[in-house]
Design a protein around this ligand. Structure first.
Ligand SMILES: Nc1ncnc2c1ncn2[C@@H]1O[C@H](COP(=O)(O)OP(=O)(O)OP(=O)(O)O)[C@@H](O)[C@H]1O
Length: 590
């Protein structure tokens, strides 16, 4: 594997020009209790192409890719790689066959360098020293990955981490790369950079298979598209012959949704008021770094406040602070006139905050518990899950109302179209998008006053996305206030009444959702100046927090102020001469 992967360009050769497909899946069937995840699937993927897999939540895409990567065994069917039958019993078998996979949740060790992460477990290939370093450089140059081997992974933004994952796979000799929803966490500029990388890879004869719910992107980068519905392939289409609308109809039989919110329902009654919130975190070396640096905003009843930002600039920490999951150094949080700065997460929920967390596995679900128990999670003292006080004695603890909780779990499954064999199965056995739909259903069921929604439609298909957007809009009309964090800029622009940009732990700019484009917002998020954005005077000109080692783009501190002719209605995200008082600080890195 290693010998065949050192071509003169440093790229794996992939040069076999035979007519065999890079991947041929024939008659793949995979059953789980109560579900046929894949049913007699045939797919042929030509060498040197980018092949997209699309389909609604629970259609069977991830299962199929896990089978190809040796993580799961099919009950029936065969896999051929480059025309040869391949028995893939484990990822190790797949790697030997030149298959690599980049999962949605990156699997890198934060406290190790890029080089260490790359060689870990693959020491036999090029050792751990000079040869390994040379190989990393060759691959990085050949595919223009821009890898810096000695940087700690924790200092990298998401787009860079993704490139490290791709490099890791290439280093192990991958010629077939599987990417699971690779663009879900990227801003538009980063998506473009990733697609440029994918084009480089295929130009060198590599084959890319990727799963995505973003149909516009699929059409822009894929050479071929396979649509899976309810476990089986329903169409193979060429992008040049297809529109996003047709693709959506093939997938779910529904129209492409629009996030656009036209009529305003914003009132002048404040629901959430956050004032001068400061939060710092301890670095592994014991130093302190600023994560939230004087955050202030108000969300009114009937208002959706969207916060745009490249992952790692403090949005996640802002959400956790509002939910009472961290202990801010200063500032206050007021909900509907009540100071909740020092009350517990449970008390915050009980006073009417719904919470759709960013990491559904860590904060949204008990993965090994049945779905009906997950109905109770986070709402243990609320109806319909609780009844009491026990035995009618005042002050006695409440009892869990198990029957009612089960019935309500059934209702959520039906209303939110959660595809599951039942409420007794574990949350872990649901597909990612169906887990998300269940969480959204649970949180909306309690008619919150304030919804904290972090990436509410991440991983859900276009049909379910439309439904979730509708739910949020309907509740907003009835006075719901929403703090919305999303990497999906169309969603952010479409749903928000007010839009703020977060950068290095500060709210640095405002954007008008009616006029701003995803590209402009994306630029602002990476620290560049952009049109339609208003510099926030009240946040002060000098950022105190954190260098932005986030994202693919380095901070553009050295950039000059914008052209005078653009400056009339345009604000820079940060003043051009801003100098970080502490370059070692980072905004909200994990
Ligand atoms: N380990 C498992 N145990 C039981 N059922 C499973 C397991 N993994 C997947 N399933 C079921 O198989 C079906 C296909 O799931 P899969 O994750 O492949 O869907 P998907 O198309 O990737 O969905 P999404 O777009 O939501 O990620 C679903 O009904 C899911 O609940």
């Amino acid at each position: 594997m290693s010998s065949e992967s050192s071509g003169s360009s440093g790229a794996p050769s992939g040069a076999d020009q035979g007519s065999a497909a890079a991947v041929e899946l024939r008659g793949i069937t995979k059953r789980f209790p109560g579900v046929v995840a894949n049913r007699d699937i045939d797919i042929r993927v030509d060498r040197g192409t980018v092949h997209a897999l699309v389909g609604e939540n629970g259609a069977g895409k991830s299962t199929l890719m896990k089978i190809l990567y040796g993580m799961q065994r099919p009950d029936e069917g065969t896999i051929s790689i480059d025309g040869e039958y391949a028995a893939l019993h484990s990822p190790a078998d797949a790697i030997v066959r030149g298959i690599g996979m980049v999962h949605q949740h990156f699997m890198l060790a934060d406290n190790l360098t890029v080089l260490e992460n790359t060689v870990l477990g693959a020491e036999k290939l090029y050792g751990i020293g000079a040869r390994a370093r040379k190989r990393i450089k060759e691959l990085s140059d050949a595919y223009q990955l821009g890898i810096r081997p000695d940087v700690l992974v924790e200092d990298l933004g998401v787009a860079d981490r993704q490139r490290v994952e791709i490099l890791k796979a290439l280093y192990r000799g991958a010629r077939i790369l599987i990417l699971d929803e690779p663009t879900a966490v990227l801003v538009p500029q980063e998506v473009e950079a990733l697609f440029a990388n994918l084009r480089e890879l295929k130009a060198e004869g590599l084959t890319v298979l990727f799963i995505s719910h973003k149909l516009g992107e699929v059409l822009s980068v894929a050479d071929a598209i396979t649509v899976i519905r309810r476990g089986t392939t329903v169409a193979s289409v060429r992008p040049e012959e297809t529109t996003p609308k047709q693709l959506a109809e093939l997938m779910v039989g529904s129209e492409l949704p629009s996030a656009e919110t036209r009529e305003s329902t914003v009132t002048d009654e404040p629901m959430l008021r956050v004032e001068d919130l400061h939060l710092s975190a301890t670095d592994p070396d014991g130093g302190r770094r600023t994560v939230l640096d004087g955050i202030s905003f108000t969300i009114h009843k009937g208002e959706v406040l969207g916060v745009a930002g490249v992952e790692g600039n403090g949005q996640a920490e802002l959400v956790e602070a509002v939910m009472g999951m961290s202990d801010p150094d200063g500032g206050s949080i007021t909900l509907d006139g009540e100071d909740i700065s020092h009350v517990s997460t449970r008390a915050r929920r009980e006073s009417g905050i719904g919470y759709i967390p960013e990491d559904r596995h860590r904060h949204g679900l008990l993965l090994e518990a049945p779905l009906w128990e997950n109905r109770i999670l986070g709402h243990v003292t609320e109806k319909p899950n609780a009844k009491g006080p026990a035995l009618g004695i005042p002050g006695a603890p409440q009892l869990l109302a198990l029957k009612e909780a089960r019935a309500d779990a059934e209702r959520i499954v039906a209303e939110y179209d959660v595809r599951t064999p039942g409420i007794e199965v574990t949350a872990a056995s649901l597909s990612g998008g169906n887990q998300q739909k269940f969480i959204v259903g649970r949180e909306m069921s309690h008619e919150p006053k304030l919804l904290i929604a972090a990436h509410p439609t991440r991983g859900v298909d276009v049909g379910a996305q439309a439904q979730i957007w509708d739910q949020i809009r309907t509740a907003r009309r009835e006075g719901l206030a929403v703090l919305l964090i999303s990497a999906d800029l169309d969603e952010l622009i479409g749903l928000s009444d007010t839009l703020r940009v977060m950068y290095r732990g500060r709210l640095v700019a405002d954007a008008d959702p009616a006029t701003v484009t995803p590209q402009e917002l994306g630029s602002a998020m990476t620290g560049a100046a952009s049109g339609h954005l208003e510099h926030r005077e009240d946040d002060g000109a000098q950022p105190q927090g954190a260098d932005a080692t986030q994202g693919a783009d380095e901070p553009q501190d050295a950039e000059q102020p914008q052209d005078a002719d653009r400056s009339q209605n345009v604000g820079s995200v940060e003043s051009a001469d801003s100098t970080d008082s502490n370059d070692s600080e980072r905004g909200g890195d994990k």
